[in-house]
Design a protein around this ligand. Sequence first.
Ligand SMILES: [Fe+2]
Length: 449
Amino acid sequence: MSRLILCLEKSELKDLIKVHFAPFSFIELIFTEDPQEVVNYINMFPDVRAVISETIVKRTEAAIFIDQILTRQSLPIILFAIGDLDDLGMKTKYQFRLEDHQKMILSLKSVLGIEDNNSNNSTLNDSVSMPAHLFLHFENLPFDIYLKVQQGHDNKLIKLFNAEEPIDHLAIKKYMNRGVVDFYLKREWLKEFSKLLIKQLENRLIESLPSNESQLEAEGEVFNSLKDMVTSLGLKPQVQKLCEISMLNVQRRFSEESPFKSFLENLKSNQKLNFHFAFVQLSSLLCSQYVEHTDWPRKQKDDLMEKLVFSAFFCDMNLPSDEMLMARNEEDLLNFNSKEMDILNSHAQKIAESLKTYPNIPQDVDKIIMQHHGVMNGHGYTVFPWGGTALAAQILFYSQDLALRILTANGKKLGNVLADFESSYIESPQIEIVNKFLRSFRIESNKAS
Ligand SMILES: [Fe+2]
């Protein structure tokens, strides 16, 4: 048995693959629209040969997520990625645009050792079943269509529609409503039917291709509200994609109800948290930008990015106002009353401690959060991070600082914001981190006058 897992959303694509591969009894097709379920199936079945996934399924970066899992675990499973593939950084060599689905099917057949003229390998006898809804694509067909009914201990084929007669779509729907899943045709017509069907499905698939305009809209959805800033900063699409993956991975860690899950949901839906959400997204992007521009191995980059994005999401979750989010040093604290000061001084420590007891969080995020204001014990604020703080915490410290400067720039030019950022830290022991940020934006020479 060879299992193929299909993580697809487009019904035409599902049908197309079903028509090509269902007749082969040694192939088991498993359909899902959840990339996490793909991983579960891979762990469950040792004989998964390939995964076919659209790049985006249910608004998640499905193919990239699956590609990462296969690469990280060095699994001998081939991924066929279909969709918009610009610069996604996937390891799989089997990448196809939707328009190239025929090439994808040919490659898949070649991987499975199926030759096109082998379609007679089906173990079906003199009749072949096909999903009933596929017949709705036709007004008439050159062969008879049958329904299987049970008579005593035997199954019998009853003719539903004669060859070349109009196919009654209403009647098909009625059968389907009564639970009929498949109709039958004589086996000698399978090849002809497959040809007609493939043509139909391909036409519909091409018609379903989104226009360039709507593709563009769909792409930057996560960072839509930050589009102008992201463009001005010159953040590459790959950094955005990698950051989005980390964000999705963060969300996947909270399947059960918890204060963290509620906060994530609130962050996206509560208008009062718009600034907080923008702050989290931009800090996450800047952390990802920094990590991506290091020379570290891919896996180390991916792991650190996820830890940083996770920390960026939760490190300030108990700060109740935008003003409190903007506090960066002890001088800023003087603007708050004593109760607010207590909250500010202890927020890093409290969240780090509550996360430590929570299962399924990436290693070290409690430490990163504890130190995200540059202080070892998580209490209070500092101008430059202390020497003993973790590098990851320092990256988050500078990312948050830069994110706040950008979000509160009020019309100030980005070049000037970055120059101010640089001059504020000219005496910082971590000036190299600041310089690395600036180099990554290719504006190293643009210094404050
Ligand atoms: Fe904070």
